[in-house]
Design a protein around this ligand. Structure first.
Ligand code: ZN
Ligand code: ZN
Length: 133
């Protein structure tokens, strides 16, 4: 069982199954949404994810035709995104995790949009856009 929550503590969630791939995303939308150099994001099967408290505090923003970002309307913490090409998974903001998820980000994506003031100093693969699958 892996737990997570928003900054104000109003929203809490639990993950009961194995997590998918984790990445660092440097795209402009993620930088704006998180107010940060990049987003750490992990795929979580919807089947193994559930809100245990405060789901009514979620609000959402459709940032592009195929993406809905959900966040706490009290404290603004990023929670889960839905992305139409992966209807069975959420994209979870790893910063909201309270436990070690066991997985580590495998690569940097959208580094073509990277903030000029941020330097990537690890040796993980870097993709200018989304890696081909
Ligand atoms: Zn909150
Ligand atoms: Zn992104």
């Amino acid at each position: 069982m892996i737990k997570g929550s928003c900054l104000c503590g109003g929203i809490k969630y639990e993950i009961t199954g194995p997590l998918g791939t984790a990445v660092y995303c440097h795209c402009t939308m993620c930088r704006k949404f998180h107010g940060s150099a990049f987003r750490a994001r992990v795929s979580v099967p919807k089947d193994s994810f559930r809100f245990v408290q405060g789901e009514e505090l979620l609000t959402s923003y459709r940032s592009s035709p195929d993406t809905v970002k959900r966040f706490c309307r009290v404290c603004g913490s990023a929670m889960v995104n839905s992305w139409d090409p992966e209807p069975d998974n959420y994209g979870l903001a790893m910063g909201s995790l309270d436990d070690d998820p066991g997985v580590r980000p495998l690569c940097h994506i959208f580094v073509g949009s990277k903030a000029p003031w941020h330097e990537i100093t690890d040796d993980l693969p870097q993709h200018r856009e989304f890696p081909k699958r």
